[in-house]
Design a binder for this molecule. Structure first.
Ligand code: ZN
Length: 236
């Protein structure tokens, strides 16, 4: 059930029966020359949709909240189209959104995150809310939490890489320019924080070889992840 489609009195009735809300969070960010800027939102929004459908089949209703589009993206900010929000701004914004859901009576808030730069601000926001309210927050980072599953489907993973490109091929194939897909895995022995570090580690906004991406791999990734998240919710 999508919150934005409800009237306030429908919402008021529904929240008496539903205790879990999924909040997709992403970023507007460069993802190579082959993927759209909305990639990090498209993936969690799609996973949320599939989780909701699977739970509904089992007779459990959850609410999907409107996504948070803008995220913290210091590293990729060097590329046009990356709209970076400071970590503290994101932390306070997501904290306030979660606090409102807690005050509405939701007991479980699932942050379905699509973007690595959001990780620390989201942990801090969740800790603040969990301290203040009787609420449990789950922070799901799909490409980290389900890495084993992903690497049983893809030969590698990374920013705008084989896994992410496959997922977008499955969701919005018309937006993927596979003829422009290229890149390689680059790492640094220590974490270097410098405003143009992406030129070294993410040339063209990519950090993996995306050329092995396929729609079928993306479909398999989305299915295994959404199936597992739905199971975690049911078994909790
Ligand atoms: Zn991404």
């Amino acid at each position: 059930m999508y919150m934005e489609n409800l009237t306030w009195d429908e919402f008021n009735e529904i929240k008496k029966k539903i205790d879990t809300v999924i909040l997709p969070i992403g970023s507007v960010e460069a993802h190579g020359k082959h993927l759209p800027l909305g990639t990090d939102v498209f993936a969690p929004v799609e996973i949320a949709k599939r989780v909701e459908a699977k739970l509904r089949e089992k007779g459990k209703e959850i609410l999907i909240a409107p996504p948070i589009w803008y995220g913290h993206s210091f590293v990729l900010d060097v590329f046009p189209g990356t709209i970076n929000v400071k970590a503290d701004t994101l932390r306070r914004y997501v904290r306030d959104v979660m606090a409102e859901f807690a005050e509405e009576g939701f007991r479980k808030i699932i942050l379905l995150n699509g973007h690595g730069g959001n990780y620390y601000p989201l942990v801090e926001a969740a800790e603040e809310v969990a301290r203040r309210y009787n609420v449990e927050v789950w922070l799901i980072n799909w490409w980290i939490d389900f890495r084993e599953d992903i690497l049983s489907i893809c030969s590698s993973q990374g920013h705008a890489g084989e896994d992410e490109t496959s997922v977008i091929l499955a969701i919005k194939p018309e937006l993927v320019k596979m003829e422009k897909a290229e890149g390689e895995k680059r790492t640094s022995k220590v974490r270097k924080i410098r405003k143009d570090i992406a030129l070294e580690l993410f040339p063209n906004g990519v950090n993996d070889d995306p050329r092995g991406a396929t729609k079928e791999k993306g479909e398999a990734i989305l299915e295994v992840i959404s199936k597992k998240i739905a199971r975690f919710i049911l078994e909790d």
